[in-house]
Design a protein around this ligand. Structure first.
Ligand code: C2E
Ligand code: CA
Length: 362
């Protein structure tokens, strides 16, 4: 079972659902409208009773009619204001509440999921483009929801990052993947394991965490690679460089993920103690026999190699893309063309089946 961070007990939102809120607003609007209408009827009746009889002078009569017209106009204006308010509340305020409540609910579900062991690590093969052998794997987390099925990281990692829950989740993914890789190494499958680190994880005491996990799982440090994105060090580059140095000194490989999507990549690249660049799949997907536009991937590979970095192309889906990167001298590749992310038992079978000659025939 996962240990989770101590957080303030969340408000029980189930007692106050968006539907209740809408009903409440509707009731308030209805009663305000009714009270105003009743007041105006009372005013009109009083005017009629007091002034509209045989003794009424023409002047009083005119005054009474004017007041009555005033009441009618104010009723119409009141109805219009209430209608606009009602529309605004339902459309704007309530939908914002609805969104935040939905977010809160996902967060509660995530806590519950971590307690109930609903998280599972999937593994995607990484290929050496020269030998066409499987040389590593990337660990990718999945949420196996009891009713919604498999939930992809895009639907919960950003929320876990915003809430701080990623520290606990990230520690679990690291432990789980390292434990799994150690098991495979002990059973004759010697691959390098790449684990994603979120920006928040990287800024927390990551060096200690990684050291503890390696001690605990007994995974050799050179069998671990940590993938970080530029957002992890955009605010404090010097501290980030220091952390990367410490990880490297431990024997861990540090790679830069989603390369090409950030801002300062090229300017600062030579300052970062990294060993690998992972070209973002956005560049890879553009490569097709029909695309004549010059692709940045070529320049990234040349520049990366000039800095003595290994280059991995992410999201390779077609043979054409594989051949393209092979021709450019790209070192490694990962993508659906070679294998999708899969659970540990399936990955084990995949590795057993796709030994040297199987991958070579691709
Ligand atoms: P990422 O690090 O860029 O991971 C690669 C993503 O591309 C994965 O999505 C993978 O399934 C997908 N992918 C791989 N090959 C192909 C392909 O050929 N075509 C296409 N279209 N996609 C491909 P996934 O598993 O949904 O993960 C999304 C992101 O969530 C990851 O992006 C990573 O940033 C984050 N993530 C996943 N697992 C973890 C984790 O354990 N910890 C942290 N901190 N982040 C994680
Ligand atoms: Ca990654």
């Amino acid at each position: 079972m996962l240990k989770y961070m101590k957080m303030k007990k969340p408000v029980d939102l189930s007692k106050f659902t968006p539907l209740d809120r809408k009903t409440l607003y509707a009731k308030i609007v209805f009663w305000v409208f009714l009270i105003i209408l009743s007041l105006e009827i009372i005013i009109l009746s009083t005017i009629y009773y007091l002034f509209y009889n045989e003794t009424t002078t023409a002047l009083w009569e005119q005054a009474a009619v004017l007041v009555a017209i005033g009441c009618i106009i104010s009723t119409v204006v009141t109805i219009a204001i209430i209608a606009v308010l009602h529309w605004y509340i339902l459309l704007h305020i309530d939908s914002n509440h609805y969104r935040s409540e939905e977010t809160h609910q996902v967060l509660l579900d995530l806590f519950r999921a971590m307690e109930n062991d609903e998280m599972e690590m999937y593994y995607q093969p990484q290929i050496d483009l020269k030998t066409m052998e499987i040389i590593g794997m990337e660990a990718l987390v999945r949420w196996i929801h009891p009713t919604r099925g498999i939930i992809l990281p895009a639907d919960f990692i950003p929320l876990a990052e915003q809430s701080g829950l990623i520290i606990t989740l990230g520690q679990w993914t690291l432990e789980e993947a390292c434990k799994q890789n150690k098991y495979w190494i002990d059973h004759g499958i010697d691959l390098k394991l790449a684990v994603n680190l979120s920006p928040l994880q990287f800024k927390s005491d990551i060096v200690h965490t990684v050291r503890d996990v390696l001690d605990q799982t007994q995974l050799p440090p050179d069998r671990l690679e940590l993938e970080i994105t530029e957002t992890a060090f955009i605010h404090n580059i010097d501290d980030a460089i220091e952390v990367m140095h410490q990880l490297q000194q431990m024997g861990i490989c540090v790679s830069m993920d989603d390369f090409g999507t950030g801002y300062s990549s090229l300017a600062n690249l030579d300052r970062f103690p990294i060993q690998k660049l992972k070209i973002d799949k956005a560049f890879v997907h553009k490569i097709s026999p029909y695309d004549e536009e010059p692709n940045l991937a070529d320049s990234i590979i040349k520049m990366g190699h000039s800095l003595k970095l290994k280059i991995l192309a992410e999201g390779v889906e077609t043979e054409y893309q594989k051949n393209y990167f092979q021709a450019l001298g790209c070192d490694e590749a990962q993508g659906y063309f070679f294998g999708e992310p899969m659970p540990a038992n399936k990955f084990y079978k995949f590795i057993k089946k796709n030994t040297k000659q199987a991958t070579k025939t691709k």
